[in-house]
Design a protein around this ligand. Structure first.
Ligand SMILES: [Zn+2]
Length: 329
């Protein structure tokens, strides 16, 4: 079962979260692998997508915001796009657009930043918008301040958090074909009665970037976590191994009903309506060329197939529905 755990370091301006996506991540991979057009993701794309999915869940858990968090990598290599969307209730979905071959062992920059034009964007799309309101979006390149390509998604996102949020953040991310997992450690911005205006708060916060010794100690411990440990160990064991000397306050874990879950809003019914809207003639002309009408969900990759009997049924149902509706007048 997928789970997300949040915690605070007692008396210190540092918070953390761990996410382990299991069933939800496997469902994303299953849908993609079942798609006869695309097939399963190449191993390195799978890692990339799993890491951004875990990271987006961690970020969604860390903000007070009622809306979707969308994390996108716009690539300029064989991976054109990797995108994950996490709703406030932790339902999530992810997909990647891959053109051509990605051999095992391909680096992040070879996948998405071949000519240093790749971008990472985070969008916060509020559930309820006032008229004309645009979603908030922050964009960073996939290179560091010296122009060197970043080779880990965690580095890209740490850079993003520092640049656009002025927050020291440490991320450890990993994914394989069973688990997508992540650990986030973040220094809390200075708050409290001692601070005056908002500008004072942010000024003091900026002065603290990279310098808080407690945060630095906790971050170094986080970075000592190995990929295999993050993927294989349960959350209690990870926290005990890393932070057995640090008093922690842990929150009620988010799992099961409240935890991360896969959800795509596509459905057979919706695709059926789309086919009806094409019209009977168009549907029949497709069926003269193929044995069935096949529609793939652009997002999760699942394919819906309607053979001639299914298609005829769609139009019969649509007519019946129409008659039923007009009959009520
Ligand atoms: Zn879908």
């Amino acid at each position: 079962m997928s789970e997300l755990h949040k915690f605070l370091f007692d008396g210190l301006p540092v918070r953390g979260a761990i996410v382990r996506l299991t069933d939800s991540w496997q469902e994303i991979l299953r849908r993609r692998a079942s798609n006869t057009e695309h097939g399963a993701y190449p191993a390195d794309v799978q890692s990339l997508l799993g890491e951004i999915t875990a990271a987006a869940a961690l970020m969604q858990s860390n903000i007070k915001f009622d809306g979707a968090l969308v994390l996108q990598i716009f690539g300029d290599g064989p991976v054109k796009l990797a995108v994950t969307e996490v709703q406030p209730d932790f339902t999530l979905r992810s997909t990647a657009t891959v053109m051509g071959e990605v051999e095992t062992g391909t680096s992040l920059s070879q996948m998405v930043n071949v000519s240093n034009q790749g971008r990472c964007a985070i969008t916060l799309d509020p559930k309820t918008k006032f008229p004309g309101q645009q979603p908030y979006q922050g964009v960073v390149p996939l290179f560091d301040d010296a122009g060197q390509p970043l080779e880990r998604i965690s580095d890209v996102l740490e850079h993003y958090m520092l640049q656009s949020e002025q927050l020291d953040t440490t991320l450890v991310l990993a994914a394989d074909d069973k688990v997508a997992a992540g650990l986030l450690i973040q220094r809390l911005p200075m708050e409290g009665a001692g601070n005056l205006a908002g500008s004072m708060v942010s000024r003091e916060n900026e002065d603290q970037i990279g310098l808080n010794e407690h945060y630095n100690r906790i971050a170094i411990l986080a970075k000592s976590l190995k990929t295999e440990e993050l993927l294989q160990l349960d959350v209690d064991t990870v926290l005990r191994r890393l932070y057995w000397e640090e008093p922690l306050t842990r929150f009620e874990p988010l799992m099961g009903e409240t935890g991360p879950k896969f959800q795509c809003n596509c459905s057979r019914e919706r695709v059926g309506k789309m086919i009806v809207s094409l019209g009977r003639e168009e549907a029949e002309s497709i069926l003269t060329e193929r044995s069935d009408i096949e529609v793939g969900c652009e997002f999760c990759g699942v394919q819906y197939r309607f053979d001639p009997v299914d298609a005829a049924q769609l139009f019969t149902d649509a007519v019946l529905l129409q008659q039923g509706n007009s009959g009520t007048h």
